[in-house]
Design a protein around this ligand. Structure first.
Ligand code: UT7
Length: 334
């Protein structure tokens, strides 16, 4: 059976830095509160009027990944694009990226699994490679959160956390028993509305509702029951990590670097402590970028590669939890 090897990676974040102090000028929050509860110091915002969208973020990350793999868009067989902030309600961003890259008319799949989106996307791409269906797949996670956050005190419990950015990797089929060793994905839809954007949709309304008073802040902005999400996150992160290790016949002692989805530094620290990992075995960058949802793991991975934190022979574990609820993990042998 073929294995999926990571042959390239890249990330892109907008230039515009928004600090916690910047936020405290427009809503009732503070640098102290945000750092103490989340570890975040700043994030990047494209904003609403930059002329750029999720499409552009994904494209820039994809081009960097292709460059690092020494590949051209015409070498790709398939695209998987994970985002919760697509350019349109439909079609998804995969086809937009296919056009922007000038690829042949290859398939482009959209993944809507929010913070677990990149893990779902990577696992799906891995399955296509293992079956022999595709040889070279571009996997992208990108978010343009700043276009849809409630930047008033009413939305502070959510809006201080999220940032914009994108990351991408290229997976390629190879015959060695390296690359992705195991993956898993989980979900629990009974908690769908604990972290969600409810409108537009067939439950809370669609076209007609745009013209009447049904559009309230509660349904157009993200809602999050933060404490509830936190409690589930720490349990499911560990569940996904334990399973991905067990399935590959490995233990945490074999893992050189854990790349958790950057949801909250306190969640990463909880997981780090649970497994007794030293600081050099966990990669965090939420301090600089906030939570970039589907972008967070590929951005962190590309930064870790750039910083020389991953070397040939290393075993890397990526894990995520988020809206859905959804969760999952991927184990990669370099
Ligand atoms: O990636 C997707 C998955 N998402 C997550 O994993 C998020 C998980 N949850 C969290 O990270 C945390 O729950 C938060 C960071 C979102 C919130 O931290 P918390 O310690 O759970 O705070 P809280 O929601 O219980 O709020 C505590 C207080 C409240 O005031 P009262 O009711 O005690 O007077 C909030 O109104 O903090 C207030 N608050 C704020 N104060 C200043 C909420 N947001 C802010 C804010 N600045 N930005």
């Amino acid at each position: 059976m073929k294995h999926s090897k990571v042959v390239g990676q890249g990330y892109y974040v907008p230039d515009s830095v928004v600090t916690n102090d910047d936020l405290s000028k427009i809503m009732d929050t503070s640098d102290a509160w945000i750092q103490e509860r989340t570890g975040i110091q700043e994030r990047r915002h494209l904003g609403r009027h930059s002329g750029q969208t999720t499409r552009d973020l994904g494209y820039k990350a994809a081009m960097k990944a292709l460059g690092s793999a020494n590949l051209k868009p015409s070498d790709l067989d398939f695209i998987v694009f994970a985002t919760l902030s697509p350019d349109y309600f439909f079609p998804g961003n995969g086809v937009l990226l296919q056009q922007d890259l000038g690829c042949d008319t290859i398939g482009a799949l959209d993944v809507r699994n929010q913070c677990s989106g990149f893990i779902y996307a990577l696992s799906t791409a891995d399955a296509f490679i293992k079956t022999g269906m595709y040889k070279t797949i571009l996997v992208v996670g990108a978010e343009h959160h700043s276009v849809g956050l409630d930047m008033t005190t009413r939305g502070r419990g959510v809006s201080v956390i999220f940032g914009d950015g994108a990351g991408a990797v290229i997976l390629q089929a190879n015959d060695q028993s390296k690359g992705i060793l195991s993956c898993n994905m989980g979900s629990q839809g009974e908690h769908a509305e604990e972290l969600a954007v409810l409108f537009p949709g067939s439950k809370y309304g669609w076209a007609d509702e745009y013209n009447d008073a049904h559009i309230t802040p509660e349904i157009i902005y993200p809602v999050m029951n933060g404490t509830f999400v936190f409690k589930h996150a720490v349990v499911r992160f560990a569940e996904a990590i334990d399973k991905v290790l067990l399935d590959a016949g490995k233990t945490m002692d074999d893992v050189s670097l854990l790349i958790p989805h950057q949801a909250n530094l306190r969640i990463s620290q909880f997981i780090q402590k649970k497994y007794g990992l030293s600081d050099d075995r966990v990669f965090n960058n939420i301090q600089k970028y906030g939570n970039t949802t589907a972008g967070s793991i590929p951005i962190a991975f590309a930064e870790a590669m750039e910083a020389g934190r991953i070397k040939e022979g290393d075993l890397v574990c990526m894990a995520a939890f988020g809206s859905g609820f959804t969760w999952g993990a991927v184990l990669i042998q370099f």
